[in-house]
Structure formats: structure tokens, C-alpha cells
Design a protein around this ligand. Structure first.
Ligand code: SAM
Length: 263
């Protein structure tokens, strides 16, 4: 696959060969969803602790920067896809003094249960924050339903990323904002070397110590490396129909915040 590969040709290639990637492993496309499900079911109950440990707390700053750029009108409704334990949904609601509604959705039951538990701890009711289990590539919502759609550290796990982007476009209202926070490609010289050494040598071992599951964290590291870089992913967002597509690098491009609008 070259830098020029379009999401459409990627999809055609995948549907013809019925192969995709699970980290560095090549697997049958219909096998990947089950494998991703196993990863997150295995780590769900220690997901928040592990996030703090492996990012050295940085994920909180990345999410704060992301939420700061999100546009959710008072009385509006947002969809947080791959919501997991709910950091983004809770942050969005707090930003607007809880005067909006957020729907949390995730493919994985145990991860979404963590989100539902946190929502209850925050004293939020379903009228303000509702949890609905679904695949981000087949959202059970009508066209033009949401003012804002967010996805943080989730889309790289999708079997079909372009299908997810098209689905996000479909459910956003005209004028709605799409925001994606995802690991990306370091743009500072030598940062990639240090980052690779840390990712491949430290994170799987840390995962083993904290969650007892080294393989899931090996997958997470590999899935980050396989994900398209800032420019290529921006092109995919654009090809899904979004306008005014831009990205901002965080921590030298270790993470990128992507934005686009349905005009
Ligand atoms: N957004 C949360 C955060 O930032 O802390 C959770 C991110 S967690 C790394 C990735 C999440 O993506 C998991 O909860 C996983 O179940 C979810 N996920 C993976 N594939 C998905 C899909 N096809 N549709 C919806 N959610 C998916």
C-alpha cells in the first residue's frame, strides 16, 4: 500500500482479498472485529489505570485539548463513538455545564459498562448521557442527528475506517463538526526513535504487569504504527465528504487532533 492509496481502493482490495490487518498480523477481515472485541474485553476493567500508566498521564492533556476545540451548542446533541470509559463524553458535558446531551456508543459491552458506571458516578441521567452499544461503521441513528461527533483513540481499531467516516458524515447534521483524536506520526526528528523504543519495549511489558495481558498491548502498539499518518488520514476524512479538514499535532505528532465539518 502506497501513500497514494485511496480509501476506496483500499476497501476494494480488502473486500476482494477479504484480508485486513490486526496490528502487524494479516487476518481475514471478518476475524478482526472478534479479535478487537477480545482485546478490549480483556483490558476493560483496568483500562483507565493503564491509560494513565502508559501515557504517563498525557492522555488527560490530549483529551483536554481535544474537548477545548469541540463545538457543542447548549441544548445540542453529540455522539461520542468508541466512547469506552467515557472521558470525552463527560468532558464535553462539563464544558457546557451539562446543558447538552451526549450519546456514548461503543462496540464492546464491558468497555461501555465502564462508561455507564462513570456516567452514574458523575450523577448524569440518561436524558443527558445515554449509552448505546453499536459498531461505529453501522450506527443505529437517523441521518442528520448530531451537532458534534467525536471519536478518540477508537477509529484505528475499525475493520473498515472509510466506512466509519462515511457513517459519521451521515449522522451529523449539516453544519455539524467531526473531531477525531488518534495516535499519529511524530514529526520531530528522533522523537520517532524514542517513541518506538518506548512503545515496543515498555508498553507490552507494562500491560502484562498491570492487566496480565501483554498481547493486547502489543496489538495496541502495532495498530498505532499501521494507522495512516496525518496527511493521509486527512485525505480520507475529506473523501468521506467533510469540508474544512485540518489537523493539529499534539506532543510532536505522537497524537493528532483532526477536525472537519459537514457543510
Ligand atoms: N474513547 C475512549 C478513550 O479515549 O478513552 C476509549 C478508547 S479505546 C482505546 C478504543 C475503543 O474503541 C474501545 O472501547 C473499543 O471497544 C472501541 N471500538 C473498537 N472498534 C470499534 C467499532 N468498530 N465501533 C465502535 N467502537 C469500537
Amino acid at each position: 500500500m502506497t501513500e497514494q492509496t485511496s480509501p476506496t481502493s483500499l476497501q476494494q482490495k480488502d473486500s476482494t482479498s477479504k484480508q485486513t490487518h490486526f496490528g502487524f498480523e494479516t487476518v481475514a477481515a471478518d476475524e478482526k472485529a472478534g479479535k478487537v472485541m477480545e482485546v478490549f474485553s480483556s483490558v476493560a476493567y483496568k483500562y483507565d489505570i493503564m491509560n494513565d500508566a502508559m501515557s504517563m498521564g498525557m492522555h488527560r492533556l490530549w483529551k483536554r485539548a481535544f474537548i477545548a476545540k469541540a463545538v457543542l451548542p447548549k441544548g445540542g446533541v453529540a455522539l461520542d463513538v468508541a466512547a469506552g470509559s467515557g472521558d470525552i463524553a463527560i468532558g464535553l458535558l462539563n464544558k457546557v455545564n451539562r446543558e447538552a446531551r451526549v450519546v456514548l456508543t461503543d462496540l464492546n459491552g464491558p468497555m461501555l459498562q465502564e462508561g455507564a458506571r462513570r456516567i452514574l458516578d458523575e450523577g448524569l441521567l440518561p436524558a443527558t448521557a445515554d449509552c448505546i452499544q453499536s459498531d461505529g461503521t453501522k450506527l443505529p441513528f437517523a441521518d442528520n442527528s448530531f451537532d458534534l461527533l467525536t471519536v478518540a483513540f477508537g477509529i484505528r481499531n475499525f475493520v473498515d475506517v472509510p466506512a466509519g467516516l462515511s457513517e459519521f458524515y451521515r449522522v451529523l447534521k449539516p453544519g455539524g463538526q467531526f473531531m477525531c483524536l488518534e495516535f499519529s506520526k511524530p514529526v520531530i526528528p528522533l522523537l520517532d526513535v524514542v517513541y518506538d523504543a518506548y512503545s515496543f519495549n515498555v508498553i507490552p511489558k507494562m500491560g502484562e504487569m498491570i492487566t496480565g495481558d501483554k498481547d493486547s498491548y502489543q496489538y495496541l502498539v502495532e495498530s498505532i504504527r499501521r494507522f495512516p499518518d496525518q496527511a493521509r488520514f486527512s485525505k480520507w476524512i475529506n473523501q468521506a465528504g467533510f469540508s474544512l479538514v485540518r489537523h493539529d499535532n499534539l506532543t510532536g505528532g505522537v497524537v493528532a487532533m483532526h477536525r472537519g465539518y459537514k457543510l
